[in-house]
Design a protein around this ligand. Structure first.
Ligand SMILES: NC(=O)c1ccc[n+]([C@@H]2O[C@H](COP(=O)([O-])OP(=O)(O)OC[C@H]3O[C@@H](n4cnc5c(N)ncnc54)[C@H](OP(=O)(O)O)[C@@H]3O)[C@@H](O)[C@H]2O)c1
Length: 162
């Protein structure tokens, strides 16, 4: 099963200059808790933005560069290579970005975990437009706004309608 996980603002913004446009530690905690123990798949730019493999998870990096290496990560060079591997994996696989990789796999996603932040930020990378009619909301939970997390936000989970 392929799950997408991301955080977006009111305009579907997800990135700014290869970083996140906001600081929201509660979302990073949610990311860690949700993905822990599962394979995570990311584009080369997102990997370099994180800067290291994330512990407790098989880290898969997509790049077209045949010489690319990243210690502690598995490297795939095409969508097809990833999908062949994913067919053999019984557990939930998390696609964690960024924009190019979400575009690449949106038709393959079975579940969506989105943190919706009710603000408008500045940046340059957007999540693709989704036809929400194809998706059923199965859970939502308001995030806690506090000194360290100064926004209104909600964790939402969807499954693809049959
Ligand atoms: N808000 C969120 O939840 C969230 C999550 C993740 C990332 N982000 C943000 O998103 C931004 C990065 O997104 P991005 O779109 O610039 O980059 P990206 O999707 O992380 O990585 C793009 C790279 O993936 C590789 N790639 C793409 N298609 C491929 C294919 N078909 N086969 C093999 N490799 C392929 C290429 O690497 P090569 O150039 O090496 O060939 C490409 O340059 C950052 O600002 C980051 O902070 C936000």
């Amino acid at each position: 099963m392929i799950s997408f996980l991301w955080a977006e603002d009111e305009n579907r913004l997800i990135g700014k200059d290869n970083q996140l446009p906001w600081r929201l530690p509660a979302d990073l905690k949610y990311f860690k808790k949700t993905t822990m123990g599962h394979p995570i798949v990311m584009g080369r730019k997102t990997y370099e933005s994180i800067g290291k493999p994330l512990p407790g998870r098989t880290n898969i990096v997509l790049t077209r560069n045949p010489a690319y290496m990243a210690d502690g990560c598995e490297i795939f060079h095409s969508k097809e290579e990833f999908l062949l591997w994913a067919q053999l994996i019984e557990e939930e696989i998390f696609v964690i970005g960024g924009a190019e990789i979400y575009h690449l796999f949106i038709e393959e996603a079975d579940q969506l975990y989105v943190t919706k932040i009710f603000e408008q930020f500045e940046g340059n990378e957007y999540f693709p437009k989704i036809n929400w009619e194809n998706w059923q909301l199965i859970s939502k939970e308001l995030g806690i706004k506090d000194e360290k997390n100064p926004y209104n936000y909600e964790f939402r989970r969807f499954i693809r309608k049959q």
